[in-house]
Design a protein around this ligand. Structure first.
Ligand SMILES: CCC(=O)SCCNC(=O)CCNC(=O)[C@H](O)C(C)(C)COP(=O)(O)OP(=O)(O)OC[C@H]1O[C@@H](n2cnc3c(N)ncnc32)[C@H](O)[C@@H]1OP(=O)(O)O
Length: 296
């Protein structure tokens, strides 16, 4: 059995000052063994492009298998998230799939090979940890859903702050049809997005959620046009409204929204105070004061 480590996101350095230890759910001591297992199932890639604009694009790339996650792609995703955690200039992130579709979940060939309980638990913990860290990035993130987001792919969409869909795209938590429930943290996050009633309906009926229904229930935040490169450009434009401004301010906004979402009120207030201290009197704040801004 595996010990759960719901790690505090703050610890103390040698001088007793608080500092961040990362945003993980489980102890990283477990990862050597799990990484060894996942590396046995190769295929595809997870590509990251960090742009000058401060918006990065993460591409789930395994188009021959509708962007299903192989074992090595799970490993690559964790590495990409680590890179993004250390991106000081970053402000936003778009997660999308290659070849006009989002992601068909875990690679069923790998799933068949690790269908025993021990390996299933390892994969579940690894992906829960990675997707929690993805959602906790100090970047404003959006999943751009073209084509299908199925199973683990649907779970991946919930690990972003927002979701955009194309008119014909669909999100479907197909787990019930596979004799499963979400195991990448997707149920816990879905409840926070659409409420417990909504989540129960989507999971229990394994509903195909099209772009209109998704918008109505708050699963999607908007619809973008389809076409080669069009959807990505539109998503970037959409995200630009939220990422305009200096990186430290955008990152601070994400941090206070995240702590409000995840923490009990008093804890969230303390976190907000801590983050407020990082921007108060900072260069963006002083420049705004010097400009004598009016918000007409
Ligand atoms: C965490 C829990 C999970 O994620 S469990 C996995 C849940 N996902 C699934 O069950 C997806 C099963 N696949 C499908 O329903 C269909 O392939 C979907 C995605 C709807 C695409 O249909 P369609 O457009 O007709 O294409 P197709 O079936 O010919 O697929 C093209 C090739 O891709 C493959 N593929 C697709 N999904 C996966 C997957 N999850 N794992 C491994 N391979 C997958 C198909 O097998 C097919 O390959 P091939 O051309 O037959 O060699």
């Amino acid at each position: 059995s595996y010990k759960l480590h719901y790690r505090s996101t703050i610890s103390h350095n040698a001088l007793g000052k608080p500092h961040h230890r990362g945003m993980a759910v489980y102890s990283s001591e477990l990862w050597d063994e799990i990484r060894g297992k996942l590396s046995m199932f190769p295929g595809g890639s997870v590509n990251l492009v960090k742009q000058e604009s401060g918006i990065a694009v993460l591409t789930v790339n395994n188009p021959d298998r509708m962007n299903a996650f192989s074992g090595t792609m799970m490993l690559e995703l964790q590495d990409r998230v680590s890179q993004l955690e250390n991106w000081k200039e970053g402000k936003g992130l778009i997660v999308h799939g290659a070849g006009g579709t989002f992601c068909s979940g875990s690679d069923l060939n790998a799933v068949r090979a690790i269908s025993n309980p021990q390996d299933g638990m390892k994969m579940c913990m690894f992906m829960q940890d990675t997707l929690t860290r993805l959602l906790r990035l100090p970047l404003i993130s959006v999943a751009l859903v073209e084509g299908r987001a199925l199973g683990g792919g649907a779970e991946l969409t919930t690990a972003c702050d927002f979701r955009l869909m194309t008119p014909s795209s669909e999100i479907q938590f197909v787990h019930k049809h596979m004799g499963l429930v979400p195991g990448w943290g997707g149920a816990a996050r879905l409840v926070r997005i659409v409420g417990s009633q909504g989540a129960l309906k989507l999971l229990a009926a394994a509903l195909k959620v099209d772009s209109a229904l998704a918008e109505r229930i708050g699963l999607s935040d908007g619809v973008v046009a389809t076409g080669a490169g069009t959807a990505l450009a539109e998503a970037e434009h959409w995200l630009g409204d939220f990422t305009r401004g200096p990186a430290p301010v955008i990152q601070a906004i994400k941090k206070v929204a995240l702590s409000g979402r995840e923490r009990p009120l008093e804890d969230a207030l303390r976190k907000e105070k801590e983050v407020f201290g990082t921007v108060w009197g900072g260069s963006a704040n002083l420049e705004a004061l010097a400009r004598k801004s009016k918000h007409k």
